[in-house]
Design a protein around this ligand. Structure first.
Ligand SMILES: NC(=O)c1ccc[n+]([C@@H]2O[C@H](COP(=O)([O-])OP(=O)(O)OC[C@H]3O[C@@H](n4cnc5c(N)ncnc54)[C@H](O)[C@@H]3O)[C@@H](O)[C@H]2O)c1
Length: 255
């Protein structure tokens, strides 16, 4: 039976890669993103040409009404929410030293990355609990956190804190939802080539050259999407609360 997946922030970058991969895996996909659909016309035309079965919902994960509208629309169109990929996230507008970080930036990051993910998961979990089992599970939630969940960057501490919160969300929901037949996982991307990192391209090009990662290249949205695909495959149903580093081996401590 065909399944449906909600991918937040699925209009570009990593989220768009996930949308394409889940469509290949047979999912109908609902994209929840903040901008007007006109802005993504070219992308959506491509998805249509590729035969991707998708719906776009304009809204923010920070808004209760938008979250609920997205879930209602998914259930109305596809009958259930089988997968949620919490991918939407933002970086600080300014990379400021920890001692200069503004409260406004801290609140902005926590609001989207942590609170948005927390309450999107909560709303979707309540829907998944009501659903019958399909292929051994009622639902799967995959959180896209970051290497920054455990790596210190003192010029964007608010991002690190917000993503560390996402890692704890993974554990909490995995624990709470296991008995409900809902499995929760996390992907921790390393340095991935998207609009988010476009502004620091030269810096990271040089770092890759110097060997910052054992695998000497930028990660791609497809690298992250492949990991999401594995978690959603249903082949890991005696695991929950697990994460995978998709970071070119960055996490390995080296001498
Ligand atoms: N690019 C990287 O190197 C990298 C590394 C680690 C983690 N990540 C994480 O991966 C995820 C995707 O990153 P990306 O590089 O593709 O970024 P991106 O900026 O290219 O895309 C993010 C998408 O999320 C959407 N979005 C932002 N706020 C939203 C909200 N409130 N509600 C709904 N949608 C919203 C944006 O409109 C955009 O489409 C983010 O959570 C990011 O923190 C990225």
């Amino acid at each position: 039976m065909k399944k449906s997946a909600i991918v937040t922030g699925g209009s570009r970058g990593i989220g768009l890669g996930i949308v394409r991969q889940l469509a290949k895996d047979g999912y109908s996909v609902v994209i929840l993103d903040v901008n007007s659909p006109e802005q993504y016309k070219e992308t959506f035309d491509q998805l249509t040409a590729e035969g991707v079965d998708y719906v776009y919902i304009q809204g923010s994960i920070t808004e209760k009404n938008d979250r609920e509208r997205c879930i209602e629309e998914t259930v109305r169109k596809y009958g259930s929410v089988d997968v949620l990929v919490n991918n939407a996230g933002i970086a600080p507008r300014v990379r400021a030293d920890l001692l200069d970080m503004s409260e406004e930036s801290f609140e902005r990051l926590i609001s989207v990355n942590t609170k948005g993910t927390m309450f999107m998961s909560q709303a979707v979990a309540k829907q998944m609990i009501k659903q019958p089992y399909k292929d051994g599970r009622k639902g799967i939630i995959v959180n896209i956190s970051s290497m920054s969940a455990e790596v210190s960057s003192i010029n964007r501490g608010e991002y690190c804190i917000s993503k560390a919160g996402v890692s704890m969300l993974t554990l909490l929901y995995a624990d709470r939802l296991a008995s409900e037949g809902i499995f929760v996982y996390e992907v921790r991307p390393g340095i991935i080539a998207t609009d988010m990192t476009a502004g620091v391209k030269e810096k990271y090009d040089a770092l890759f050259e110097q060997g910052i990662c054992p695998i000497k290249r930028w990660g791609t949205p497809e690298d992250i999407a492949n990991a999401v695909s594995v978690f959603c495959s249903g082949k890991l149903l005696y695991t929950t609360g697990q994460y995978i580093d998709v970071d070119g081996g960055f996490h390995i401590r080296r001498l």
